[in-house]
Design a protein around this ligand. Structure first.
Ligand code: SF4
Length: 254
């Protein structure tokens, strides 16, 4: 095993049936609430990048010794944005490999997913095993809170492109930001209705030592907690569609 590539805050991180892949570490975008700086990675810049072949080599070396493809959910987008310009081509190549080997895959992004990039994946054999999570923890004043990301209009267009091309997608609201996230409630409800997509409504990230441990970093612990606004939003979203707390739950939908 290549220790430089494997482990928390590295290109591959495996824990409890979840495998996180980041072909770059760090993110060129700069979201005000992002935890990358706190865990020793970086927002606003890329620290390291690696190509798809190196990731695939590591996957082949460790599948069936550390994990089994059939029982592992792979997530792109924990220490980077996998659909950013620098990552996208490698991400697509890795997805093709994972699809061949029957992994379940989620990919979360704040970048625009256009039709020509999607065409690269149109031939994959297990479309139901791939879910695109279109990130929307903030829907107002995106330019100042999420520098370097795509507009809300383009994120909604991404969902439209995905649905039209027969890919599964979900609205990804994580982390929950008190006083801010709930402002997007009417917009998110409309998207759920217009495109018939579920929502993943993540909780608040805190460091107060209570709540469920977030799968981000073992050295610096983040906990997931509810608040009154969170519960109000969850209840309201349930009126129009499926609401999950965790991204892996999207595979309960067929
Ligand atoms: S896009 Fe994601 S990884 Fe990049 S800065 Fe924003 S929250 Fe962090």
């Amino acid at each position: 095993m290549n220790e430089k590539m494997f482990g928390e805050k590295k290109h591959l991180y495996y824990t409890n049936g979840r495998l996180f892949i980041n072909n770059v570490l760090g993110c060129a975008s700069n979201c005000s609430y992002c935890y990358l700086d706190e865990i020793g990675l970086a927002k606003g810049k890329i620290l390291k990048e690696i190509n798809a072949n190196d990731i695939i080599f590591m996957l082949e070396e460790n599948s069936e010794s550390l994990w089994y493809p059939i029982s592992t959910i792979v997530s792109f987008g924990c220490y980077s944005d996998p659909w950013a310009k620098l990552s996208r081509k490698n991400t697509i190549d890795i997805i093709k490999y994972l699809d061949e080997n029957n992994y379940k895959i989620t990919l979360s992004t704040k970048q625009y997913i256009n039709t020509s990039d999607l065409n690269e994946l149109i031939e994959i054999k297990n479309k139901n095993n791939l879910v695109f999570l279109i990130s929307m923890p903030i829907t107002t004043d995106i330019l100042s809170h999420e520098k370097g990301t795509s507009s809300l209009r383009l994120r909604i267009k991404s969902i439209e492109n995905l649905v039209t091309a027969g890919f599964k997608s979900a609205i990804y609201v994580k982390p929950f930001i008190p006083g801010v996230t709930i402002q997007g409630l009417p917009i998110i409800k409309n998207i759920m209705i217009d495109y018939d997509v579920p929502v993943v409504l993540g909780k608040l990230f805190t460091t107060n030592g209570t709540g469920e441990l977030a799968v981000v970093s073992e050295s610096i612990k983040f906990y997931e907690n509810e608040c009154a606004e969170y519960l109000i939003m969850k209840e309201s979203l349930r009126e129009v569609g499926s609401v999950y707390e965790h991204s892996y739950e999207v595979f309960s939908v067929n």
